[in-house]
Design a protein around this ligand. Structure first.
Ligand code: GLA
Length: 368
């Protein structure tokens, strides 16, 4: 038996850059999922503290797997894929318990998948290398559940380090911890869950991904990461075919966002935490105006935070709802949260949920 805990994440900056082979800067949060794998019994069994009832099915690979509810696909997907890869998976039970809010853009699904994958690896003594753990976690999301996500969430959940953001190069999957000492700078990072419904989020996400790939193809580069910022204007001028207006907006977002991640990393390495604020805000404007993935609730939260003195604020995660982050003086947190609540009430939005976060550890074994 093995029990592992894997966290959700906040992405400090670098949105939708992951599937463009670009740069991201996420970190693990305290909200997490715990998975326990117990070999024994017969077949595969899945349980979740958040769902009534257990799923019990025969031991198969993915193609022969019977239909089960979505939550159980996240929980059992890794076992199916391992069977497909010729691993002698024994009968076992996987149970999960998560406090990462779902649909908030905090990677609740990566927390489930990464806790299960690390617990399975441990319980079955597979000895998977870090890259294999990442590939298996991504495959559950991409191939078992069918979500065309880009890999940042799983990388963050597996490899984050306490007190650090994780500088991810999504082309070679290098992940380097960079110190992020909010407290030392007298700052706090406030998360505001807008609780805006994730309407059409899956279809819109896939459409952005297709649009970025089309733009890269039109520019003759493997991915938008390959357009360097100094060549951006020339590249935009070359996009003049069908769908050019949209492709230009997507390209501008991705290329400037990659540049902002690199600038943020430089500032953090130099200990200039306060100075990253404007980059966060520019990222939000780019997501709102060019990539067009924000909704009124998150735009309102960002505006109110900035008006209330935040050094920077932006939506975090895939978009179309979800969470906003605000970089604030530590003593300004309570009043900022109250101002957002008030503005939401005035606008008739669902009341938001606000909390502060600090960078925590990635997936780790839980003893006992
Ligand atoms: C979701 C996806 C990630 C990434 C972000 C946007 O969280 O799972 O792969 O694309 O959106 O940055």
């Amino acid at each position: 038996m093995a029990t592992w805990r894997a966290p959700g994440r906040v992405n400090l900056i670098g949105e939708h850059t992951d599937y463009n082979d670009g740069f991201t800067l996420p970190f693990a949060i305290a909200a997490s999922c715990t998975a326990t794998v117990r070999p024994g019994g017969d077949g595969l069994r899945a349980g979740s503290a958040q769902v009534d009832g257990e799923v019990a099915i025969p031991l198969t690979g993915l193609a022969e797997a019977p239909a089960v509810p979505d939550w159980a696909r996240y929980v059992l997907g890794a076992a199916w894929l391992l069977r497909d890869r010729g691993v002698d998976v024994p009968p076992l039970e996987v149970t999960v318990d998560s406090d990462v809010p779902s649909g908030a853009g905090l990677s609740s699904s990566a927390a489930v998948v990464c806790s299960v994958v690390t617990a399975l690896d441990d319980a079955l003594g597979l000895g998977l290398a870090p890259d294999e753990l990442l590939a298996l976690s991504r495959a559950v999301e991409n191939d078992v559940v069918g979500a065309p996500t880009g890999g940042m969430d799983q990388l963050a959940s597996l490899r984050s380090r306490e007190g650090h953001v994780l500088f991810c190069d999504m082309r070679d999957l290098a992940a380097e911890p960079v110190p992020f000492d909010l407290g030392g700078a007298g700052l706090a990072l406030l998360v505001v869950d807008s609780r805006a419904p994730h309407a059409h989020a899956d279809g819109e996400y896939a459409a952005r991904r297709r649009g970025c790939e089309a733009a890269a193809a039109a520019l003759g580069v493997p991915a938008l990461r390959d357009v360097v910022i100094d060549d951006l204007d020339a590249a935009l001028a070359r996009l003049d075919g069908v769908g050019a207006e949209e492709q230009r907006r997507y390209t501008r977002h991705i290329v400037t966002e990659d540049a902002r991640v690199l600038q943020t990393v430089e500032l953090l390495r130099a200990g200039r935490v306060r100075e990253i604020g404007p980059l966060l805000t520019q990222s939000h404007v780019s997501m709102r105006d060019d990539f067009r993935i924000t909704v009124p609730e998150v735009d309102t939260a960002v505006e109110v935070l900035l008006a209330g003195g935040a050094l920077g604020a932006r939506m975090t995660g895939g978009g179309f709802g979800g969470c906003v982050i605000g970089l604030l003086e530590a003593e300004a947190v309570e009043s900022a949260a109250a101002q957002v609540e008030e503005a939401f009430a005035e606008a008739g939005f669902t009341p938001p949920v606000a909390f502060t976060v600090t960078p925590g550890p990635g997936a780790h074994r839980v003893d006992g």
